[in-house]
Write a protein that binds this ligand. Structure first.
Ligand code: KIV
Ligand code: NA
Length: 274
């Protein structure tokens, strides 16, 4: 059977081929993406995208495990990384280990991702030393929306920019195999990518990042709640769904669906009169 890309494989891509990442929350989407991406991220963005929540804060570890297991079951090639949700890891390295061990045992994922910089470095070192690969996430960290005061790009202010560089450095030195840079000024993302030894994965970062990630539902035009500047829409799937559902509704109301070919016990129409 096919072996998955491992976290050391991805770590080794620094300075080589860009790393392609997308989010996946469900089996059917994971199946569709698996052959095209290097990394499937089971992001806690599922709170907003799948569950209609206002932020990622209410997402639970059980929710992440249920979706992580579905994505692992439906993929065979990509490295699967599961977000640790708010509240299960910030308190201590021990709490983070317990939550991460559940993710690894109950989903079969290859790694966990956690948000934070300097303050999480000890936890990243604790986990990686104990067999749990970690992806970092610095810059705009949505689990801290209440202290950040909103979802806005960071790094215009030089002091904030220096802090984000220090965060990325700390996470890299602590042993993370990769780090997400979210919604930071382009020159800052470029500088961090040059300065740290692990691959940077940009989302609102820079083309110079070692890889890119987007929320799949955003890039497919499925999730229209809000559209950050960094989203490029590669499809308009919401329009496709709307058109299909409108056609179905009209055909049911006019009894054009189901046709004879969708019914049991009705002879197929002959083609002799065609
Ligand atoms: O939850 C998520 O989807 C993420 C990515 C946007 C990096 O953390
Ligand atoms: Na996330």
């Amino acid at each position: 059977s096919i072996t998955r890309l491992s976290t050391p494989d991805l770590r080794a891509r620094k300075g080589a081929e860009p790393i392609v990442c997308l989010t996946a929350y469900t089996a059917p989407m994971a199946r569709l993406l698996d052959q095209h991406v290097d990394l499937l991220l089971v992001g806690d963005s599922l709170g907003m995208v799948v569950y209609g929540l206002d932020s990622t804060l209410p997402v639970s570890l059980d929710m992440m495990i249920a979706h992580g297991a579905a994505v692992v079951r439906a993929s065979e090639q990509a490295c699967v990384v599961v977000d640790l949700p708010f509240g299960c890891y910030q308190e201590s390295p021990q709490a983070a280990f317990r939550a991460s061990a559940r993710v690894m045992q109950e989903t079969g994922a290859q790694a966990v991702k956690l948000e934070g910089g300097l303050e999480m470095a000890e936890t990243v070192a604790f986990l990686t030393a104990r067999g749990i690969p970690v992806m970092g996430h610095v810059g705009l960290t949505p689990q801290s929306v209440n202290t950040l005061g909103g979802y806005k790009a960071l790094g215009r202010d030089p002091a904030v920019a220096e802090r984000i560089v220090a965060d990325a450095r700390a996470i890299a030195q602590a042993g993370a195999f990769s780090v997400v840079l979210e919604a930071v000024m382009e020159p800052l993302a470029r500088r961090i990518t040059e300065e740290i030894a692990i691959p940077t994965i940009g989302i609102g970062g820079s083309p110079a990042c070692d890889g890119q990630v987007l929320v799949t539902d955003d890039m497919l035009g499925l999730f229209g709640q809000f559209q950050p500047k960094f989203v490029k829409r590669y499809a308009e799937m919401a329009d496709t769904v709307t058109q299909a559902v409108a056609s179905y509704a009209a055909e049911v109301r006019t009894r054009r669906f189901p046709g004879p070919e969708h019914c049991f016990g009705i002879k197929k129409p002959t083609t002799t009169d065609a």
